[in-house]
Design a binder for this molecule. Sequence first.
Ligand SMILES: NC(=O)c1ccc[n+]([C@@H]2O[C@H](COP(=O)([O-])OP(=O)(O)OC[C@H]3O[C@@H](n4cnc5c(N)ncnc54)[C@H](OP(=O)(O)O)[C@@H]3O)[C@@H](O)[C@H]2O)c1
Length: 383
Amino acid sequence: MTALSIPLEDTELRSLLHELGAEAARFRFDVAPNPCVGAAILSRGKVIARGFHERWGGDHAEVEALEVATRSGVPRAEWDTLVVTLEPCSTRGKTGPCTQAIMEAGIESVVIGSVDPDPRHQGQGIRFLEDAGLEARFLTGAAPLDEVTPHFLDWTCQDRLRRPYPWIVAKWAQTATGQLSPPKGHGDGRTISSPEALEQVQHLRASVDAILTGVGTVVADDPRLTVRAPARTPQAPDRIILDSGLRTSPDARLFDAPEAGESAGPIRILCATGPDRAREKGLIVAGAGVHGLRGDDRRFLNLRGIMTWMWDMGYRRVLLESGPTLLEACFEAGFVDQVRVVTGPVRGGRGESLGARLQPAKLGSRRDGECGPDSVLEAFIVR
Ligand SMILES: NC(=O)c1ccc[n+]([C@@H]2O[C@H](COP(=O)([O-])OP(=O)(O)OC[C@H]3O[C@@H](n4cnc5c(N)ncnc54)[C@H](OP(=O)(O)O)[C@@H]3O)[C@@H](O)[C@H]2O)c1
């Protein structure tokens, strides 16, 4: 430590860790399956910067905090300590390793709230820092993972590591009585959500690797499944359609060229093995990739096979935007991790309700909000 540094007492560090954990948890639905993490930079015993992991694929908390410290005007030579709720990563993921960034910033001391629960990385961050000559230590108990980021414990549990599949965010709109299709004569006959809530969907799409839907939705709604302004993304999510018998039309709007301000990802249609060759060819010419997969005993495509295929394709955070048939099948098979449900003020409507999936005991870390005239429920699914 520099001669000028005034270390905080452990009680003050604990209270800082507690605050950082509580603030970090605000971003839980935007970062999952990544962990919620908060970090602070200290100079002479004073917090000069705080940073949080705020969105999937975005900068980690440590890097955010270092950037805020740079803008604070406090000279780098006076940054002495970094406090962080979770062991810094030492490997490259969507962003570079945080341990490297901490070392390069000239930080001398690191206080860490929890060890990384992922057995593949556990202890590596602190070892890297110590090997680089930094003073690094754990101060556990003030920002426990089961309070700050319980979903990350699910994501890194043995079962999931052994048979990995993407983090599935199920999103749907429903009427006040729980139906996914509005009553006849309401609006365009398809849309329940307000324009404000529809805009939020664009931001959600911009935060995932892929969008998954069923052919029932493609046939009924003819959706685009693109990311449209004001949302933006450097890489539009892949669009995956489950369509055992290739009922998707080559004239579907999915295949239209993107308009200005719209980003359209590759289209991948998953069908039963041995598809009708003429239909397959028509869809390939229209611009889709067609992939044959095994069926299940209900003559649908096998969901475990789909999850494994998606994992092998590199998708980690996937938005499930389908009708009730595929939503219910994913719930039933235990593949839904997170929900975002928009409820509009209109009553009645058509189709099955998914209300049984939203019983309070099945929802964790719940947040209720509003978007225009609609109410919005976000939660993690408790297993
Ligand atoms: N409110 C909302 O948020 C929302 C969103 C989307 C759609 N919708 C509405 O929902 C309605 C369409 O509902 P839907 O239930 O028919 O659509 P869906 O759930 O999107 O599609 C279901 C179809 O996907 C195919 N599929 C393939 N493998 C499957 C599997 N393992 N599990 C389940 N399905 C599998 C099946 O067709 P094959 O057997 O031919 O493969 C199945 O019939 C429309 O009225 C639409 O407007 C509402």
